[in-house]
Design a protein around this ligand. Structure first.
Ligand code: G6P
Length: 476
């Protein structure tokens, strides 16, 4: 292809920022992709006018690159069997549960691994084709861990960054992976490997030492170059964030505030609205949250009409068995809670199995007195940060799991261990009863923290480190 345009900055992620969806009447349209990765990277891409390489969310789509929101999107096709093996299989039924503390048991299948290697090679080839000489390529997340090395082999001129949006597990768990060495070799092709938490970067460096015996001097890892010297790879924490100003702007719109009031009205004006917002995923602790809330109703500590739990659970990975099972369990529990405690006029749980536009989410955040983020394990959890960013009124209480990366920064939340149902119940009650003055003090501190480290700061810190790292290794 002689007419390919080349870019100085290329982002590579499994998903493009938009998914192609086909409505029941056969019309195709583009829809914003789910999850935290896209939320964080969209503003970065808008500012840099680069290319974004990724999958458009449907099988066998061979599409030419196209421009959307100032970035050029470069679609990478996946066949139905690759979706099954590389995406649903190895990415979301092997790596996802393994990297999230084996909350669900990971499955190990050799055909899934083979497909993962092939698809990673396709992403590396597509990126190599659009990257200008000396370009910076920033590879994202667990679906593409082999791409850094594959890219370096083809294009040693590139500066390569990698960011892992999910946790990196302790060695005792990581060691289960039959392809544990290949994955680390893949990642070590990058100049800088970013993680959400200091603990994740530590887990990674330990795995490198245990499996390869390479010397590490935090944050550097010395990777032998085969010529008696070494390349330095930086492995370090860069906690991701959100575009705070854009959430604040939406939260200040009169029509969004009006919508928040209407939501309260529609729920029958209870004294307390509790809110959970998650992809329907077993890592998010939705069952634990429902259990605690149900017990508070049973004990009479909370009563229907006075308190309601709004749970938005957006559909996710619906063909993976663990997700189907989780949906059944959650819907059974919600049905039981409402059957037992709801009245004709008031539900106990308002359960919504949908994704919503950002404006509606912000209205929900504004309507919620208590935000429940009770993940059993989470790389960061941007919902916690979104809630804080939207509360320009300095009100609202965030109940936050210690096991979400966000807990490292958001120390003024009510921190909980979601496995401890009694502790979770106590935190929920403390949140409901918290005096106004304490709510404001906490929210003010949380807001300061989120505003100090917004997504622009995250990406510029990562990219500065990358520029520096490459400059140093190039100088040797
Ligand atoms: C998390 C992951 C992302 C992923 C998103 C949605 O945020 O870190 O890489 O894109 O979930 O999941 P999905 O499988 O629908 O892309």
């Amino acid at each position: 292809m002689t007419d390919t345009i080349h870019y100085d900055f290329v982002v590579v992620s499994n998903r493009l920022p938009v998914d192609r969806v086909v409505d029941p009447d056969g019309t195709a349209r583009w829809q914003r992709s789910p999850g935290g990765l896209v939320t964080a990277l969209e503003p970065v891409m808008r500012a840099s006018r680069g290319a974004w390489v990724g999958w458009a969310g449907q099988p066998d789509l061979e599409l030419a690159p196209f421009v959307s929101d100032d970035a050029t999107l470069v679609p990478v096709p996946l066949s139905p069997i690759e979706i099954e093996r590389y995406y649903e299989g190895f990415s979301n039924d092997t790596l996802w549960p393994l990297y999230h503390d084996v909350i669900a048991p990971p499955s190990f299948h050799r055909e899934w691994w083979e497909s993962y290697v092939e698809v990673n090679q396709r992403f590396a080839d597509a990126s190599a084709r659009v990257a200008a000489p000396g370009a910076t390529v920033w590879v994202q997340d667990y679906q593409l861990q082999l791409v850094p090395r594959m890219l370096r082999e083809q294009r040693p001129d590139l500066t390569i960054g990698f960011f892992n949006h999910i946790p990196f597990p302790p060695f005792g768990l990581y060691a289960q992976l039959p392809w544990r060495k290949q994955v680390i070799e893949g990642l070590l092709g990058a100049d800088v490997i970013g993680f959400q938490r200091v603990a994740d970067a530590g887990n990674f460096s330990r795995a490198v030492r245990r499996l390869f015996g390479y010397a590490t001097r935090t944050p550097e890892i010395h990777v032998p170059d085969g010529l008696g010297g070494h390349r330095s790879v930086i492995a370090k924490a860069f906690p991701i964030s959100i575009d705070v100003e854009s959430f604040e702007e939406i939260a200040r719109r009169p029509e969004v505030q009006e919508r928040a009031r209407q939501i309260r009205d529609d729920l029958g004006n209870p004294s307390t609205i509790m809110l959970g917002v998650d992809r329907l995923d077993y890592t998010k602790g939705i069952r634990h949250r429902l259990k605690a809330f149900g017990e508070l109703l049973r004990d009479g500590t909370l009563s229907v009409g006075d308190a309601v739990l709004v749970q938005v659970a957006s559909p996710s990975r619906e063909r993976v068995a663990a997700y189907m099972q989780l949906r059944d369990e959650i819907e059974l529990t919600v049905g039981r809670l409402n059957g037992t405690y709801a009245t004709i006029s008031h539900s106990a749980v308002a359960y919504l199995h949908h994704g919503y536009p950002r404006e509606e989410m912000v209205a929900l955040y504004l309507a919620a007195d208590v935000m429940l983020v009770t993940a059993l394990r989470d790389g960061m959890n941007l919902v916690a940060k979104e809630y804080v960013a939207c509360r320009t009124d300095e009100d609202g209480v965030l109940v936050l799991s210690e096991f979400a990366g966000a807990a490292d920064e958001l120390k003024n939340a009510l921190l909980v261990n979601p496995h401890d149902i009694d502790g979770l119940k106590e935190a929920m009650v403390a949140a409901v009863r918290m005096p106004h003055r304490e709510r404001t003090t906490r929210m003010r501190a949380l807001r300061r923290r989120v505003r100090d480290n917004d997504v622009a700061r995250w990406s510029s810190t990562f990219l500065d480190t990358l520029r520096h790292a490459n400059h140093h290794s190039g100088a040797r």
